[in-house]
Design a protein around this ligand. Structure first.
Ligand SMILES: Nc1ncnc2c1ncn2[C@@H]1O[C@H](COP(=O)(O)OP(=O)(O)O)[C@@H](O)[C@H]1O
Ligand SMILES: C[C@@](O)(CCOP(=O)(O)O)CC(=O)O
Ligand SMILES: [Mg+2]
Length: 379
């Protein structure tokens, strides 16, 4: 491990179509965001495992010998997620608090200090839970010697092999299970592989070609929990299967149609491709309201952007959190600025960001900017 420690990052994500439906075996289209979570892992002192989350003001630590003993008692026959839940319980990690020491399920319990800091808003639909789980899985797998250190002297960044990323992704999924209850796995897949992908029942396919899409992200700042929203949708499906299942099928068809349009678009698409994409946004937003994951703040977001000729939908679990607005090439800068101004006047925060960012990455300290290094060096 380099002297500065191990530095890992993973991106957040935007789901273009398929949120919630993907939990029930339908397809989702998701892209990695240019906003990331960063983790620093350093050898610990005094046989303690410490975790520090400066962004959320949380600091916890465990005695490594106690964790090793706990591991011995727990691992016999239990599946990884049960072990994680038991560890959360035994170590006094309340529900929805940051992750328990996932490394208990690996080969050994390392004595390490971990700091995590994120550019992503938490609980806003941008996959902060998955980016956190991916970083933690990569760092702890590395600390336990289960994956290599691909960063060579003098290199700024490096990625792991396909096989190692598959392992990281599978542990990140277990982390998501602890936070979400019943995740589909799409968020941790994007956090691990990055880029733009289609995800269905664990099958990950990179999109053949992704045009330069301009997307405006708006955070309504209305807090919500993915776990609660996912459980609510399941309840609705159980209550009204004949009504809800066709809606999920329709969302699936929207993802399919959107994928076909995206793959047919040139890299710098002309405006004529956009009306279909916009209509798909509108239809899906109605469907998401039907399955119970809308929110008045999101309705308002859609109305405000529509008044400037722009089309929006919620992204992620909904119930508040973020919406996305498609910015076609012929949208005038004046219209976009006016939409942003009106969204800010609602108390929302909006910004444009890059999509298709790289997945889980190992960094040299010189490749990180001063703000990230400063946040990670707070102790
Ligand atoms: N940087 C972080 N540090 C610690 N915990 C985090 C971090 N980011 C996310 N989490 C966990 O993820 C939860 C939010 O996840 P979720 O409700 O799925 O929303 P989203 O994934 O859209 O941000 C938080 O309550 C927290 O438990
Ligand atoms: C609603 C869902 O499709 C996406 C949730 O994303 P987020 O946690 O709101 O960023 C759930 C899932 O796929 O596991
Ligand atoms: Mg999440």
């Amino acid at each position: 491990m380099p002297e500065c420690g191990l530095l890992v990052s993973a991106p957040g994500k935007v789901i273009l179509h398929g949120e919630h439906a993907v939990v029930h075996g339908k397809a989702a289209l998701a892209v990695a965001l240019g906003l990331r979570t960063f983790l620093r892992l350093r050898p610990g002192g005094g046989e303690r495992l410490r975790i520090h989350l400066p962004g959320v003001g949380v600091r916890r630590e465990w005695d490594v010998a106690e964790l090793r003993a706990l591991r011995g008692r727990l691992t016999g026959g239990a599946n990884a997620c049960l072990v994680l839940r038991a560890v959360r319980h035994c170590t006094g990690c309340p529900e929805r608090s940051p992750s328990p020491p996932v490394c208990l399920c690996f080969r050994d319990v390392p004595s390490v200090d971990i700091t995590v800091w994120s550019e992503l808003p938490t609980g806003a639909g941008l996959g902060s839970s998955a980016a956190y789980a991916v970083c933690l899985a990569a760092a702890l797998l590395h600390a336990c010697g289960a994956i290599s250190c691909p960063l060579k002297d003098g290199e700024a960044t490096a990625r792991w092999t396909e096989e190692e990323m598959t392992l990281i992704n599978s542990w990140a999924f277990q982390g998501e299970r602890v936070i979400h209850g019943n995740p589909s796995g799409v968020d941790n897949a994007v956090g691990t592989w990055g880029g733009a992908l289609r995800y269905q029942s664990g099958k990950i396919t990179s999109l053949k070609r992704v045009p330069m899409l301009r997307i405006l992200l708006t955070n309504t700042k209305v807090p919500r929990s993915t776990k609660v929203l996912v459980a609510g949708v399941k309840e609705k499906i159980l209550k009204f299967p004949a009504i809800m299942n066709p809606v999920l099928d329709s969302i699936d068809a929207i993802s399919q149609e959107c994928q076909s349009v995206l793959e047919a678009m040139p890299t710098n698409p002309s405006p004529e491709y956009y009306p279909v994409l916009e209509e798909l946004f509108d239809i899906n937003q109605h469907h998401l309201n039907v399955i119970g994951v809308g929110h008045p703040s999101l309705d308002r977001l859609c109305r405000v952007t529509a008044s400037h000729g722009l089309h929006s939908k919620l992204t992620g679990a909904g119930g508040g959190g973020c919406g996305i607005t498609l910015l076609p090439p012929d949208a005038t800068p004046l219209a976009v600025e006016a939409a942003k101004r009106d969204l800010c006047a609602c108390g929302y925060e909006c910004w444009e960001t890059d999509i298709g960012a790289p997945g889980v990455t190992l960094h040299s300290s010189s490749s990180l900017n001063a703000q990230v290094l400063h946040a990670l060096s707070e102790s």
